[in-house]
Ligand binder design. Structure first.
Ligand SMILES: Cc1cc2nc3c(=O)[nH]c(=O)nc-3n(C[C@H](O)[C@H](O)[C@H](O)COP(=O)(O)OP(=O)(O)OC[C@H]3O[C@@H](n4cnc5c(N)ncnc54)[C@H](O)[C@@H]3O)c2cc1C
Length: 472
């Protein structure tokens, strides 16, 4: 009887899991599963303790779900990716594994690790990888001369045309193996700092994620264009933590959306939400073409020459939500307290760090990863490089958000700001966006900092720094 091993990584689900389905295809094979925790590597990547907790919970849940299917999921722990080849070799030998199945990860270190594993297993174990975390494989959506798109809009158009021709279908969860269900395994804990995530915000489990997806696609996906930019409303799906660790697949999102909104592929109901999923794909495809993106390099070469300010105090004020700009501070408190931040606010706070404080975007990128429950290298790097104008964005570097008018536009009555900055409670109505103006006028003292920079002056200094780098 052949023995198949499925190596689970950021694909912690039973349904529509390409590697798991392939490992189970031969009903006569014995199927085993393994997950390898790598705390040393996670430290190096600054993974958020909330994301580690979320992974831990889903590994435990999956262990139980797989046991119901008659599949043992073994959790191993090594320090770093460099130890994975040896661990897997040992495991395969002990269990007489014939074939290893896994879903690709596109980040640089992960790809190196997988190449080393395949090499270590030699010809003894047949290895098979799958493009599971994307709707369409990297390399399959290219320009006329076979290269990767460098700008999102033409990529998105080509991507949607491909989907219109052929929608990738979802696979079922595997059926119960011949030996029947197994008893409930004991759960384990990784040797990595963990912080629990608010269960009302992000309930644990594949079923919870699927339920949220179903509910969102029914109506909210249609209302998304009008709702998505206002952080006080629940206008977005809140599915990112599940997509980031693979509790949900992009194909499941696509198929569910089309079941509820059949015209989404043709620019109607749900199309704007679908476009966000295409952004996710774009950044993943980019990583495979430009591995330097995983190695702290900007996409646009000349931006390497921007002289960043080294200002530990300003960086700390930004991290702690104490910049004196209410929308920025409320957003950073949301991040620090929940591990998640609304997309409009990610753009605002990223612009503020880079374009108002002139602090290196990589500081922000790393801080986000250290806090986010949905931390994802491709999307995070893409978002930061977009905000810093060092990436693929078509907009020029002189697009600089004004943090006050962003607050006035997207949180006009200050509902979101008041939720996260209770110290601004005395400030009435729209004055919340410039609290010190109101306090000085009314002779009030606030337990809230004055703005740490003057936006107008900061903007001019940033433009000068970018201009100098471009001309150099
Ligand atoms: C500076 C910055 C950093 C970011 N870091 C991350 C990150 O680490 N992880 C992450 O998943 N997203 C990141 N994003 C993208 C986006 O902000 C989040 O995906 C979104 O806020 C998640 O909320 P949601 O699930 O309700 O999204 P929805 O609006 O419901 O979108 C659905 C899904 O599409 C994907 N998506 C949406 N917008 C984007 C985008 N701009 N780029 C890539 N994918 C997108 C996400 O998987 C999301 O769950 C970042 C954006 C910026 C500007």
């Amino acid at each position: 009887m052949p023995t198949h091993l499925v190596w689970l990584r950021n694909d912690l689900r039973l349904h529509d899991n390409l590697a798991l389905a392939a490992a189970c295809r031969n009903s006569k094979a014995q199927v085993l599963a393994v997950f390898i925790a790598t705390p040393g590597q996670w430290h190096q990547h600054a993974m958020a303790p909330r994301q580690a907790w979320f992974i831990q919970q889903h590994v435990n849940a999956l262990q139980e779900a797989l046991a119901q299917k008659g599949i043992v999921l073994t959790v191993l722990e090594t320090d770093s990716f460099a130890d994975c080849p040896g661990e897997l070799k040992k495991f395969c030998k002990e269990h007489e594994v014939d074939a290893l199945f896994y879903n690709y990860q596109y980040e640089f270190n992960e790809r190196q690790r997988d190449a080393a594993v395949e090499k270590a297993l030699g010809g003894e174990v047949v290895c098979q990888g799958f493009d599971d975390s994307v709707m369409l494989s990297p390399g399959s959506v290219t320009t006329g001369n076979n290269s990767m798109y460098k700008v999102f809009t033409p990529f998105s158009k080509a991507f949607l045309r491909r989907l219109q021709d052929d929608v990738p279908q979802c696979l079922r969860a595997p059926s119960v193996r011949e030996g029947g269900p197994l008893s409930k395994p004991a759960s384990q804990t990784f040797n990595y700092p963990q912080q629990a995530v608010d269960g009302a915000l992000f309930p644990v489990g594949e079923e919870a994620a699927l339920q949220r997806l179903r509910q969102f696609c029914r109506q909210a996906a249609k209302d998304y264009p009008e709702q998505r930019d206002f952080p006080a409303r629940e206008g977005t799906s809140l599915l990112s933590p599940y997509l980031a660790i693979g509790v949900l697949s992009a194909r499941q999102c696509l198929n569910r959306l089309l079941a509820e909104q059949p015209r989404a592929l043709h620019g109607e109901g749900g199309a704007v939400w679908l476009n966000e999923l295409v952004w996710r794909e774009f950044y993943r495809h980019l990583l495979t073409y430009y591995p330097a993106l995983c190695r702290h390099q900007p996409f646009v070469g000349w931006t390497k020459r921007v002289t960043w300010r080294d200002d530990a105090q300003a960086l700390k004020a930004w991290q702690q939500g104490k910049t004196g700009y209410p929308i920025v501070d409320a957003a950073m408190r949301q991040l620090n307290e929940t591990g998640w931040m609304h997309n409009r606010l990610r753009m605002v706070v990223a612009s503020f760090l880079v374009k108002d404080l002139l602090i290196d975007w990589r500081e922000g990128e790393r801080y986000f990863i250290s806090q986010l429950v949905d931390g994802d290298l491709a999307a995070n790097n893409g978002g930061w490089q977009w905000a810093a104008s060092t990436g693929t964005d078509a907009a020029p570097y002189f697009r600089i958000f004004n943090p006050t008018t962003q607050g006035q536009r997207f949180d006009a009555d200050g509902e979101f700001i008041r939720r996260w900055l209770p110290e601004l409670e005395p400030v009435p109505g729209k004055a919340i966006h410039e609290p010190w103006g109101w306090a000085d006028k009314h002779g009030q003292q606030l337990d809230y900092p004055r703005p740490i920079v003057d936006h107008k002056q900061a903007r001019a200094a940033t433009l000068a720094a970018y201009e100098a780098a471009r001309k150099e």
